[in-house]
Design a protein around this ligand. Structure first.
Ligand code: NDP
Length: 331
C-alpha cells in the first residue's frame, strides 16, 4: 500500500470562511476507528455542497474531510464483522459532518456504520445511488407503508431533477406508479419523462401560496423542497394520502394549516437517512438492487474527480446539477 494518498480537506479561517484543498495524507493522519477502507467512489449530495462551499453549517469539527457517502473495500479490520477485502458501502451517521468522510482515497471508520455491499451492486453503482438514492428508496418504502399503492392515484415528486428526485421518479415508475414531477427547470421535462414521469408541473405553479385545502390531485408525494411548495402539496393531497418529506432545498419553514390532516386524513411522514437503523438500511439497499433499473443510472449519473469537487459543489447548491454526481477517487 503506498504511504501517501490524496483527500479533499476543508479548513475554516478565523472569519468563518471555508476553504477546500486536495492534500496528501498518510494513515497516521486518519481518525480512530476499527476499519481502514480503500475508497473507490464517493458522491456529491446537496449536503456535501453546503459543506464544501461553507454555505450551510454542516461541518461540526475542523479540519474536515467531507463526503457523506463512500464505497470501497476493507484494507484492515479490528472488527469481527469485517475482514480485509470485504466490499462495503457507508452513508450517513454524520460522516462528512462530524467524522471524516468519503472524499479520501483511504478512510478509517467505525464498522457499525458499514453495510456489506449488496449482491448485484458495485462501488460505482452504489455511489450513483448514494445517500440521495438511498433516501429516495426510504421515501418510497414510507409511502408503501402508508398504503399508497399504484392503484391509489398519481404520486408527485418535488425537486425532481435533483439526486433524490431523479431516483425517486425512476423507482416509482418501475413499481408501476403514475408519477408527476415538479421542477423549476423546464428543460428537464424530457429527462424526467425518460425516467418515467407522466406529468410535469412547474415549480412556479406549485410555489404559489395555497388555500388550506385545494383540489385533490395527489395520492402521495415525495418532497425534497419544503416551505410554501410543501404546503401546497399537502393542500392538494387526496383523502387518506401521505407525503414523505425528506428535504429543504426551498426552505426549512412550512406555512400550512391543520386542515389537510384533520379533514382529509393526510399524513406527513418525515424521512431521515443519517441515523436510519441498520436493518432498515439493509432492506432499503436490497430494494434498490431490485427496484432501480440498472440502465437508469447511466442517464442519471455523471462522474468527476476529487479536484473537480469544489466547482461541482457550487453548482449543486445553486440548483444547477441534474441527477447524481459520482466521485471517482482514482481519477
Ligand atoms: P439536489 O441539489 O440534487 O436536488 C435538489 C433539487 O431541488 C434541485 O435539483 C431542484 O430541482 C430543486 N430545488 C433547488 N432549489 C430549489 C428551490 N429554491 N425551490 C424549489 N426547488 C428547488 O439535492 P439532493 O437531491 O441531494 O437533496 C434534496 C434535498 O433532500 C436537500 O434538501 C437535502 O438536504 C435533502 N436530503 C435529505 C436527506 C435526509 O436524510 N432527510 C438525505 C438526502 C437529501 P428542480 O430543478 O427539478 O426544481
Amino acid at each position: 500500500m503506498p504511504e501517501t494518498f490524496k483527500a479533499l480537506m476543508l479548513t475554516q479561517d478565523n472569519t468563518g470562511r471555508t476553504s477546500a484543498e486536495v492534500r496528501q495524507l498518510t494513515n497516521d493522519d486518519l481518525p480512530a476507528g476499527d476499519v481502514l477502507v480503500a475508497v473507490d467512489y464517493s458522491s456529491l449530495n446537496y449536503k456535501d455542497g453546503l459543506a464544501i462551499t461553507g454555505k450551510g453549517k454542516i461541518v461540526r469539527t475542523w479540519p474536515m474531510v467531507p463526503g457523506i457517502d463512500l464505497a470501497g473495500s476493507v484494507l484492515e479490520s479490528d472488527s469481527p464483522d469485517y475482514a480485509a477485502g470485504d466490499r462495503i458501502v457507508l452513508t450517513g451517521w454524520s460522516v462528512g459532518e462530524k467524522y471524516w468522510g468519503g472524499y479520501s482515497q483511504r478512510q478509517r471508520v467505525q464498522s457499525k456504520w458499514l453495510v456489506p455491499m449488496p449482491d448485484g451492486l458495485d462501488s460505482q453503482r452504489a455511489m450513483a445511488i448514494g445517500t440521495a438514492g438511498f433516501t429516495a428508496m426510504l421515501c418510497v418504502m414510507t409511502l408503501e407503508e402508508a398504503g399508497i399503492t399504484p392503484d391509489k392515484g398519481t404520486v408527485l415528486v418535488t425537486g425532481a431533477s435533483g439526486g433524490v428526485g431523479s431516483i425517486a421518479v425512476t423507482i416509482l415508475a418501475k413499481l408501476g406508479y403514475t408519477v408527476a414531477t415538479v421542477s423549476g427547470r423546464p428543460e428537464s421535462e424530457a429527462y424526467l419523462r425518460q425516467l418515467g414521469a407522466a406529468e410535469f408541473v412547474s415549480r412556479e405553479e406549485m410555489n404559489q401560496p395555497s388555500r388550506p385545502l385545494e383540489g385533490q390531485r395527489w395520492a402521495g408525494a415525495i418532497d425534497t423542497v419544503g416551505s410554501t411548495l410543501l404546503a401546497r402539496v399537502l393542500a392538494e393531497t387526496s383523502y387518506g394520502g401521505c407525503v414523505a418529506a425528506c428535504g429543504l432545498a426551498g426552505g426549512a419553514d412550512l406555512p400550512t394549516t391543520v386542515m389537510p390532516f384533520i379533514l382529509r386524513n393526510v399524513s406527513l411522514r418525515g424521512v431521515d437517512s443519517v441515523m436510519c437503523p441498520v436493518d432498515r438500511r439493509k432492506e432499503a439497499w436490497g430494494r434498490l438492487v431490485r427496484d432501480l433499473p440498472a440502465d437508469a443510472l447511466g442517464e442519471i449519473g455523471q462522474t468527476i474527480s476529487l479536484e473537480e469537487l469544489p466547482g461541482a459543489a457550487e453548482k449543486i447548491v445553486a440548483g444547477q446539477i441534474r441527477g447524481r454526481v459520482i466521485v471517482d477517487l482514482n481519477r
